[in-house]
Design a protein around this ligand. Sequence first.
Ligand SMILES: Cc1cc2nc3c(=O)[nH]c(=O)nc-3n(C[C@H](O)[C@H](O)[C@H](O)COP(=O)(O)OP(=O)(O)OC[C@H]3O[C@@H](n4cnc5c(N)ncnc54)[C@H](O)[C@@H]3O)c2cc1C
Length: 505
Amino acid sequence: MKTIIIGSGIGGLGAAALLARSGAQVTVVEKNECVGGRGGFFEADGFRFDMGPSWYLMPDLFADFYALLGEKVEEQLELTQLDPAYKIWWGNNDLTPPTTIFSDLKKDLPTFEAFEKGVTPRLLAYLEKAKTKYEISKSDFMCKNYESIFDLINLRTARMGMELGVFSSFAKHVEKYTKNSHIQRILQYAMVFLGTSPYDAPAIYSLMSHIDFNMGVWYPKGGLHAVMKSFAGIAKKHGADIRLNTEVAEILIEDKKAVGVRLQNGTEMHADIVISNADYAFTETQLITKKRHRTYSKPYWKKRKWAPSGLILYLGVKGKCDHLVHHNLIFADDWKGGFDELFINPKYPTEPSLYVCAPSKTEPETAPDGHENLFVLVPISPKLLDDDATRAREIDRVLAHMEEKFPIKNLRERIVFQRSFSISDFKDRYNAYGGSALGLAHTLRQTACFRPPAKSKKVENLLYTGAGTNPGIGVPISLLSSQLAYKYIINDRSGSMLTSLTDLS
Ligand SMILES: Cc1cc2nc3c(=O)[nH]c(=O)nc-3n(C[C@H](O)[C@H](O)[C@H](O)COP(=O)(O)OP(=O)(O)OC[C@H]3O[C@@H](n4cnc5c(N)ncnc54)[C@H](O)[C@@H]3O)c2cc1C
């Protein structure tokens, strides 16, 4: 079986590894200069930056995926559990000192008790439900190809849904367990990982709290790009051909069947199956040229809810930033107002909630001696103006905020390397629809059977993998999406993860 995969994001690499290991002939065509898509990297002036993801979460999913490929996670990645997991600074008018989270309940529960006396049993009950949701999602939902709503809702899931409050609002769900605004924010911030707001996300996503507090936050040596390199290596070991700097211009379709791709340089490549890991909306609106071959119309994509974009800074800083740990967050005072600026009334944040990763705290090799490597991410609406003057103004505001808040003394004078990445770069580098950093937000109406499927409804032998399809956003989750495409190929309708592969030679 001959397959072409468009894009080497984690979903494309997962598909390449699964198919090559099954004996299929695999060619991956990637427009950029390195594998990994949003998980790419670059080096400059002695610093090595991960371009996007930095949190290695859901270690169990990675371990299971490696096992499916006949590999051991400990032979592929050098993992360290971060201790502490992360540190949170509170808003401008909040005198509460920074809060450190360990992903270890023995240490974290006393922190929560200090915020709200007597909250421990309620939090334990919340986490117990979160654990159940995670386990049910893993066994029944994450790896399911939905053909209709009945694949989601049957007697068992309807009953479970009611019991677990799966479909109610996530924000309201959290409020039932704690009235304390600090704890609420700690439990809710992870919704940004899913490209949505706690007010719009369904309560099923409290499973993120199980991941956060019970499974730990990990770091692979070499950063998240090491994960991308590892899956590319496995695919190549089984014969996959990965071609970089090779951009697809069109998916070739004959008699309603995908038969290959045409590259930007005009070369045609033929295959039995085409899998697109490029942005789903981009594939549908740009790589499929005839309207009748598209599963969705252009207005469909316009009406979707899109995850935020980001204002990202890659900074090389002279000297150390003493107050920072590996993962650092600032949560603004006006929590709801911040989400409104992201999703409802687009505006550069009045008081930014932001994230700073300092990988040089764990892996000093990411920066020259005596320097710090900082990745700064401010979630912003993709609908904002991103011209040079606006970007420069916003960058200065962010740096000033970091100087004052953490504090990092004289940060602006100590910067020896600086690069930024924002809305227009997401469009140019990844062909990201509308410049969203993460793609389709995880609202209830864009989850499971309501999310675009891993198979075209109009064109045979055309499959999709990556964050735009199920199960959705995030490195481990997008990796899993490759199993959905694979399941269509082997005609497997189950909801559980694959435990063995099929011969496709
Ligand atoms: C700033 C940022 C931080 C994040 N942080 C985290 C985190 O800490 N932890 C986590 O788990 N997740 C995180 N995520 C989310 C995670 O990175 C993504 O959900 C996931 O990597 C998406 O993978 P994907 O398979 O959809 O492919 P993508 O990474 O989107 O890759 C798609 C690939 O297709 C290629 N392509 C597009 N068009 C063409 C074409 N015409 N021809 C050839 N190739 C093409 C692109 O160049 C790209 O390489 C983060 C994302 C971002 C942007």
